[in-house]
Design a protein around this ligand. Structure first.
Ligand SMILES: [Zn+2]
Ligand SMILES: [Zn+2]
Length: 228
C-alpha cells in the first residue's frame, strides 16, 4: 500500500512551503481520503471517503458549491452539498480494499469517522481529527502497520472544549502517542497546527522526540509518500 500525503496543514492561517495544503491522503493513486483542496481532484481518484465535513477536509463547503464527481463518495453522515454521498453504516469494501469505520470524537455537531484500510493483509488506520477515541473502539482495532493521525496541538491535553457531557476539539500529540502507539510501530503525524509553523525546520524533530525503540514517528509534509 502506498499512502501519499497531499496536504499536511490544519485549519489555520499560517502556511509554509511543503505545508500549504489542507487535509488529503491518496491511497495507491486511487482512493482519496478527504479533499481539503480543489486541486486534489486532479489526481483523478476512483473513489473518495470523508472523515468529517469540516472545510479543511472538504474544500467545497465554504464556497457552498455542490460536490458531484461521478465516482463513489462515502462519508459519516449526509451532507447537503453531496447529493450522491453514501452514508457509512458499517464495514464496507471499495475496489479491493476493506474499510472499517472507527467512531472518533471531534466536533460538537458533526460525526467523525476514522478508517482502518486493509488490503492483502496490510493495514493502515487513518484517524482524521481527534478529540478522543473511546477505549472500546481502540481495543477493536488490533495491530496495524501504520497510523496516520493529526498534530494540531503539541501540548498534552491539546485543546478540548466541553459542552454539557460532550467534548470536542483536538487532543494533544502526547495523548495520541499514548493511545495510538500500542496499535502500531509507526505513526505519521499530519494536519499541523499553529505551533508547527513557528519553526518548520525544527518542529519535525520535536515530533520525532516521541519515537521509542518500538515506535517510529514520521512527520508529514505535502507530497510525502509512504509505502509498506
Ligand atoms: Zn481538520
Ligand atoms: Zn475537523
Amino acid at each position: 500500500m502506498k499512502i501519499k500525503v497531499l496536504g499536511s496543514r490544519g485549519k489555520i492561517e499560517p502556511s509554509a512551503p511543503k505545508y500549504q495544503n489542507h487535509s488529503g491522503f491518496l491511497i495507491d493513486d486511487k482512493i482519496l481520503i478527504d479533499v481539503g483542496e480543489r486541486e486534489f481532484m486532479s489526481t483523478n481518484p476512483e473513489t473518495i471517503v470523508f472523515t468529517h465535513f469540516h472545510p479543511d477536509h472538504a474544500y467545497f463547503i465554504p464556497e457552498e458549491e455542490k460536490f458531484t464527481p461521478e465516482i463513489p463518495l462515502f462519508g459519516p453522515q449526509e451532507h447537503p452539498l453531496i447529493p450522491n454521498l453514501k452514508v457509512i453504516s458499517g464495514k464496507f469494501d471499495i475496489l479491493n480494499y476493506s474499510f472499517t469505520p472507527v467512531p472518533v470524537i471531534h466536533a460538537l455537531k458533526l460525526k467523525s469517522l476514522g478508517y482502518i484500510v486493509e488490503k492483502n493483509g496490510k493495514k493502515a488506520f487513518f484517524t482524521g481529527d481527534v478529540a478522543w477515541i473511546e477505549k472500546v473502539h481502540l481495543q477493536q482495532i488490533g495491530k496495524v502497520d501504520v497510523v496516520i493521525t493529526e498534530a494540531t496541538m503539541i501540548n498534552k491535553g491539546g485543546r478540548i472544549n466541553r459542552k454539557k457531557d460532550k467534548i470536542f476539539g483536538h487532543t494533544g500529540v502526547p495523548d495520541l502517542v499514548r493511545i495510538l502507539g500500542p496499535l502500531t510501530n509507526r505513526i505519521i503525524f499530519s494536519h499541523f497546527g499553529d505551533w508547527f509553523f513557528e519553526n518548520v525546520e525544527k518542529n519535525p524533530e520535536k515530533l520525532k522526540e516521541f519515537s521509542t525503540a518500538e515506535l517510529e514517528i514520521i512527520p508529514a509534509y505535502d507530497g510525502l509518500e509512504f509505502s509498506f
